[in-house]
Every structure is written in C-alpha cells, then in structure tokens.
Design a protein around this ligand. Structure first.
Ligand code: NAI
Ligand code: MG
Length: 479
C-alpha cells in the first residue's frame, strides 16, 4: 500500500521582496549601478534585481568598515560587543520564518531544512559567539588578543545565511568589522540580515554587505584596506585567492571543497547506516562541502546494503521546496545543474552504473533526481571530483586498511564518516583518516562549538569553536 501526501505548502506571506536592491554600506542601504536578476531556482521566477558591486562600492564599504573599526568597534568592551551579538541572535529567531521562507525561495532548498537547520543554526552561531565576546582571554589564545581590523568575507550559495553567520559572528565577537559579499545567486537573506543589523542598532559600518559576482569578490580580495580574507567556495577560486594574498600582509582562511568517504563496515547497524548515507548525500541536494559523496562499503554486505538503500531512495520526495513534505529541492542554478550533468555523463562513459528511483521532476526550474553510481573505481572522475549534487559514488572494500586507503585517496580532506558497532574500530579508523571532521555512526551534524575545516585542498584554518576564534585574531597562522 502506498500513502500519498497532500501538498502542505508554506506561505510566502511572511516575506516582502523589493523589486530591486542596493548595497548595505555604513549602516544604510545605498543604490547600486548595474543590476542582475536573482531567481527562484524551483520555478525560474525572477524574485528581484541585485546590485553588482563596483570598485567604488567596495571602496566605500572598506572605508565605512575602517571608520567603524577605528572610531567605535575597537574601542568598545567585549561585554558591549556581546550585547549586540545577543540582540542580532534574538532578532534572527524572532524573524526566523521570514528568513526560512526567503532562503528557500532564493536558494531552492526544502523549507523543512531552511526552517529546521539553516536558520536555527545561524542564530546559534550568534548566540555562541556573543558568549565569547567578553571572555576572549579565557579561550586559551593569550590574555591580550587583538583583532585584525577589517575582514573581507566571501561566501557561497549552498547555505547563504548560515555561511554569513559562520563568518560575521566570530569576526564581530573578536572585534573586527566586516565587508561581506554573498554569492550572486543567493543575496536576499544577507540583505535581510542587513535589516537585522539596523534593527539591533549595530553601529554603522561594523557590518557592510556588497552584493555582486566573482569580479566584486576579487575587488574585496585585492583591496589594500582589508586585513583579513575569509572565503568559502570552490577550490578553484580558493587557489586564486591564496595566490592573490600570498605577497600581502593579509591573513586568510579558506574553506573549500570535499569528497568525503562515508565508510560502512560489515558490523554496522545497517538500517541506521542507510539513513546516515541518505542524509550524508541528499541533505541540501548534495550542495554540501562535507557531503558524504563516496560510499565506501564493505564488500560482503554490499548487495544487501544497496538493496536497502534503493528502497529508501524510492521514498525521497523531490519537488516544490516550499512544501513541508519535500525532502529534495531544486538545484541552485542552471550552471550547477550543467556541472552535475557533465560529471554524471562522465560516470556513464567511464563505465560506472547509474541508478535513480522513478520520480517525476517539475517541468520548470532546475532539477536532478537522487542518483547512485555503483561499480565506481578510484580513477573515475565521479570518485575524484566534487559533484556538489545529489549523486553518490559507491566503492567497495574487503579489509579495513583498504577502506582507509580508498577514503584517503583524494586531493580533499574535509570530512569522513565511519559506521561500525565496534568502538575500537571507530577510534582506529578515525586516527587513520586525513579529514578535518569525522563523524561516527552519524553524519552532517553541525554545532557552533565544534571546529570545522579541512586538510589538503579542502582549505586552510578552522571555523567554529575556540579554534575558529583564532582566525580573527592577530598572531595565529592558518595552519
Ligand atoms: P565559486 O567559488 O565561484 O563561488 C563562491 C563565492 O566566491 C561566490 O560568492 C563568488 O561570487 C565568489 N567568487 C568567484 N570568483 C571569485 C574570485 N575570483 N575572487 C573572489 N571571489 C570570487 O563557486 P561556484 O562557481 O558557485 O561553484 C562552482 C563549484 O564550486 C561547485 O560546483 C562546487 O563544486 C564548488 N563549491 C563548493 C562550495 C563549498 O562550500 N565547498 C561552495 C560553492 C561551490
Ligand atoms: Mg564561479
């Protein structure tokens, strides 16, 4: 017997979107010059027009941030700074529905995720860092810590508000002021956050938001008035940024791509592991830098496991992100959809076997069904490159050492998962894995108190927790 779900759409009425936006500089919204559309990727509806930040916009934002740093923020006590962060956190909670609906409209992620994950975690990051603002001398980072000054922050489109919180909250708690650029496809929640800064009466210029594309990002990276760069995005752009700041005094943290192994040993609780693999790769359409995109499965349980995985994949509901029952929403952009298509076609050509459940995809918007590839070998592009979509590559192993070797055989090292009932095996494996975050018998769990970041091409430095504070203080190198 099958159960059909009646539609349960979230209402749009909590948000009001202006037809056009400018930048947020020196505490005020200022008009932009050139604009580009931002669309709802589930329907292709144009939601608004976003300003593309120019050199003079970035100059004005850096000037406002410097003025606020010198005149106000660096003179304020940690206790006073903390009050603003608490205020921002509370206003984000009060306006949570508005943020969740806006995020889902602009990004395409299911409302269930924006409502239950992105927005509460973003507020949690502000609460957590509010608590640190007056206790920095107890963070184990010395008793007279100093901020860098003005931080330039560039974020991606997969968790727009949450990545803003990861960047802005620690910067402000440690006494820096910021110029932040959201990703070109997902600027709306950052602009709503600018309203929150006004509502919290944050001193003008402490947070500046300049919207735009990669060219605006490059203007921030290369601006001589910026002391620290924090970037989350592709490894390709991360490398460009590393080169650009190499000959300067700028401090830099980079949070880049991943190709995480989710290792299932034959003693793992199978049903829980299936659930964890599903969450690991299909959460947020797989647009997750730490996604468990490689299933590394012990050979003697592979058939049984894959059968159960397919049964579970058949139950994933793909469609309208605003429907509260939806599990898998829209791909964020046409560009990203083309990239997923290109890599999966390479998977077919290189000889892996593709499988997806039957599911009807909406006719408008950008969609990709939940997909697994079996028969994947380590040389295949789908085993090596970040697909950043709902696509799982399955590799098998016979001995525990082979699992570790395959898991570590990647240019990345952001995260990994281990599924086993044996504690000793979990400890052994986690010591062998070259990954910044390792989950055992769970996956994709995030908390502001835990440091997050990678080895190798996954980036430099850590965000979150006590470790993340050091990225915004002088005298701590990124390594
Ligand atoms: P991207 O790295 O180009 O964009 C991320 C941010 O960097 C955006 O705000 C963008 O405007 C900005 N940017 C682009 N070029 C820049 C430059 N030269 N200087 C400074 N800022 C610049 O990522 P994109 O093109 O959106 O996605 C491409 C691939 O990157 C994805 O398919 C995925 O594999 C990966 N990616 C990984 C992310 C992660 O969190 N690990 C996040 C986003 C993308
Ligand atoms: Mg790009």
């Amino acid at each position: 017997m099958t159960f059909e779900y009646a539609p349960a759409p979230e209402s749009r009425s909590s948000v009001s979107i202006s037809p056009k936006y400018g930048h947020f500089i020196g505490g005020k919204f200022v008009a932009g010059t050139k604009h580009f559309p931002t669309i709802n990727p589930a329907t292709e509806e144009v939601l608004s027009k976003i300003a593309c930040g120019t050199k003079s916009d970035v100059d004005a934002a850096v000037k406002a941030a410097r003025k606020a740093y010198v005149g106000t923020w660096s003179k304020m006590s940690g206790k006073e700074r903390g009050k603003y962060l608490f205020r921002i956190a509370r206003i984000m909670q009060e306006r949570a529905r508005e943020f969740a609906v806006l995020e889902t409209l602009d990004n395409g992620k299911p409302i269930r995720e924006s409502r239950d994950v992105d927005v509460p975690l973003a507020a949690a990051h502000f609460f957590y860092h509010a608590g640190w603002a007056d206790k920095l001398e107890y963070a184990g980072l010395g008793t007279s810590t100093k901020p860098h000054g003005v931080a330039g922050q560039i974020i991606p489109w997969n968790f727009p508000l949450l990545m803003l919180a990861w960047k802005v909250a620690p910067a402000l708690a440690t006494g820096n002021t910021v110029v932040l650029k959201p990703a070109e496809t997902t600027s709306l929640t950052a602009l709503l956050f600018a309203q929150v800064c006004q509502e919290a009466e944050l001193p003008a210029g402490v947070v500046n938001i300049v919207t735009g594309d990669g060219s605006t990002g490059a203007l921030i990276v290369n601006h001589p008035g910026i002391d620290k760069i924090a970037f989350t995005g592709s490894t390709e752009v991360g490398k460009i940024i590393a080169r650009a700041v190499a000959s300067t005094k700028k401090s830099v943290t980079l949070e880049l791509g991943g190709k995480a192994a989710n290792i299932v040993f034959d003693d793992a609780p199978i049903d829980e592991a299936v659930e964890g693999i599903i969450n690991g790769i299909f959460f947020n359409q797989g647009h997750v830098c730490c996604a468990g995109s490689r299933l590394v499965l012990q050979e003697n349980i592979a058939d049984e496991f894959l059968e159960k995985l397919k049964i579970r994949m058949n139950k994933i509901r793909v469609g309208d992100p605003m429907d509260k029952n939806t599990d898998l929403g829209a791909i964020n952009s046409q560009e990203q959809l083309l990239k997923i298509r290109e890599l999966t076609i390479a998977g077919d050509k290189e000889g892996a076997q593709r499988w997806s459940p039957e599911c009807a995809l909406p006719s408008k918007g950008f969609w990709f069904p939940p997909t697994i590839f079996t028969g994947v070998t380590q040389g295949h592009r789908i085993a090596r490159e970040e697909i950043f979509g709902p696509v799982l590559s399955v590799l098998t192993f016979r001995t525990p050492q082979e699992a570790i070797d395959k898991a570590n055989n990647t240019p990345f090292g952001l995260s990994a998962g281990i599924w086993s009932e044996k504690g000793s095996r979990i400890f052994w494996a986690s010591q062998q894995l070259r990954a910044g975050v390792i989950w055992a018998n769970t996956f994709n769990k995030f908390d502001p108190t835990s440091p997050f970041g990678g080895y190798k091409e996954s980036g430099w430095g850590r965000e979150g927790g006590r470790h993340g504070l050091s990225a915004y203080l002088k005298g701590f190198s990124h390594e």
